[in-house]
Design a protein around this ligand. Sequence first.
Ligand SMILES: Cc1cc2nc3c(=O)[nH]c(=O)nc-3n(C[C@H](O)[C@H](O)[C@H](O)COP(=O)(O)O)c2cc1C
Ligand code: SF4
Length: 719
Amino acid sequence: MWDPWRHALPSRPGTRGRSTKTARLAAHDILFEPIDIGPKTLRNRFYQVPHCTGFGTDKPGAQARFRATKAEGGWGAVCTEYCAVSPDSDETPFISARLWDDGDLQALSLMCDEVHEAGSLAGVELHHSGVHCPRREYRLPAIAPSQLASEYLYVVPKAMERDDIRRVQSDWAEAAIRARSAGFDIVYVYGAHSYLPMQFLSPYYNHRRDEYGGPLENRARFWLETLEVVREAVGDDCAIASRISLDALGPYGVDIEESLAFIRLADHLVDLWDVNIASALEWSKDSGSSSFFEEGWQLEWTGRAREATAKPIVGVGRLTSPDVMAQILRSGVWDVIGGARPSIADPFLPRKIELGHYDEIRECIGCNVCIAKADPGGNIGCTQNATAGEEFRRGWHPERFETATNADRDVLVVGAGPAGMECAIVLGKRGFRRVHLVEAEPEIGGIMRWIPRLPGRGEWSRVLNWRAIQLGKLDNVEVITDTRLDADNVAVYGAEIVVVATGARWSPEGLNRVTHAPIAGADAALAHVLTPEQVVVEGKRPPGRRVVVYDGDGYFTGPGIAELLASEGAKVDLVTCLDTIAPFCEETLEAPLLRRRLHAAGIRFHEGLVLDEIGEGVVLGHDEFDEPFELSTDGIVLVTQRLSNDALYLELKASEAVLRDEGVQAVYRIGDCVAPQLIADAIFDGHRLAREIDSRDPAVPIPFRRERTVDPGALPVNA
Ligand SMILES: Cc1cc2nc3c(=O)[nH]c(=O)nc-3n(C[C@H](O)[C@H](O)[C@H](O)COP(=O)(O)O)c2cc1C
Ligand code: SF4
């Protein structure tokens, strides 16, 4: 018989998270030494390199609060995303910042004010994309050094005449002057990722025969002249930075030797070299996913920049370890530690190192969901940091939590997966009297216990590890494992608020997005039919060597299972009803490298095929032209769709009168129990409920603040 009181805690006042009172290690002091960058001083060695948000100039409040939160968290400099200097660098449908006119200046000045208030420098990445310019708003032709089609957009540009060159350079200088007026301390000439300055530098894009083409000195001319005009415009007042991909690692740029030669040519014009690798088409090698790249992988190339310059150098590479950072600075190859994703996952990373609160650092897991969220022009989000992108519109701060007005209640959270763990932590930090996080399995983590076992997903275990540590620090949160609660148990548990976070499971009968029906013959109780959980958690394997993995999900699970089985010697056919393998991995920049790795593992791809029937030894289906196909196999793993584990929640909702009699005032559900979703979104959902648990109706999100652009000239006079 379930005895709820077995777990009852003595009543005690709400307790917020305790920070570990350790001192900073002396080895990390080097990270907090100031350094001059041209006319400006960086207060420490932490630098948020330019990265997109989905805010640009159109959401100035969100832009300002997002960057200022990082400044408050100790990032000595924070930069905008790429910021177009003129309309022929219109990035629509992607969202970039812009400094086309004084309206843009006003919008971005808010960021500068808030960043300065937090004691940091503000940088703006002035930019022109040249041939890689989608121009959905602008509509007129893209411009580029030569008339050569973009390798990744459907664009054939106009070859720039000398007048175009002068005009773009003058736009750059005017944008720099506006940047100075807005309050920016660091002004970029951005040439990395095969944008316009690199297009001039690279013979792949530049086939000119005039003084801007041919030998390196000529190809460097556009970039050098642009640096000159920008320096002339603002050089005494602002630091001039230039971002360069030191090695394109392919044809779309230049190699390391030419980059170093260029740095030598331009060094007198630059105060800070921001160095990285790769190109626009191969951005995946710069914002490297943890599935393929280890912390610091870029050093192999960017560690060589020092050969060409004595000026300050900032580099990147998913750096979250203070030991690695300090070692890089001590080695002298860079002067400043750059971070895009580490600063998104933990805006307070520098501050936590400074205070020696090492176990509070929320390390980036390298999943690139931030890119999937920000790049298509939405709102940046992060798997690890539910508050990323919510600083302004929802008013969330990553480290500050208000005591809830109903904190005198006891809360029961059922299910310790990503959403449940996050919810319990935030409830604990909001000072609830008692929070019980109850998990049916012997260990907490839910799906985060098995996903990191898939090939290349090991770093994702940080989602669970960070939360397990924080849960352990909260005196008012108790974690209870190995305890499966049914509706009766919940009713008499003694909690006034119940949150159901029971997750989701893969359909055992092949329910899928194409037919919206089970697949004939699909039954995971059979030896030859398997679900992902059966494969990874239970160790079930098909009866023979041949296996089909059928993927209707389109993200990492199907390929992960395929790779896992292939690594054990199975002969794997990866079949998908989608047009391509793992299309969502395109958005996380993982797809090309993933497909390459699957191919190298001997996995055969079958795209655009719908399975109709599973027999013993065979699967049958049809292609997009309704032509039948048949594959011989010993077993099939169904990665078709997930279903919420919502039975407990629905039963509780159906017995609200009984619950009320037992003193339960409210029942909510969060995460995959509501609908199967990205881990980032499940965590966000758990976080949101806890942040709004004292709102009028916590089940319904409080509307977030929206920013609208109103052109005063378009309003009626009396409006
Ligand atoms: C969401 C996101 C957006 C980015 N947008 C830009 C950008 O606008 N300009 C740029 O130069 N680099 C951009 N980058 C690349 C980063 O600046 C950085 O070079 C890369 O992510 C590697 O650094 P990290 O490992 O610290 O993330 C972006 C990266 C991310 C994650
Ligand atoms: S979404 Fe993933 S890759 Fe991006 S910052 Fe967060 S944890 Fe890192």
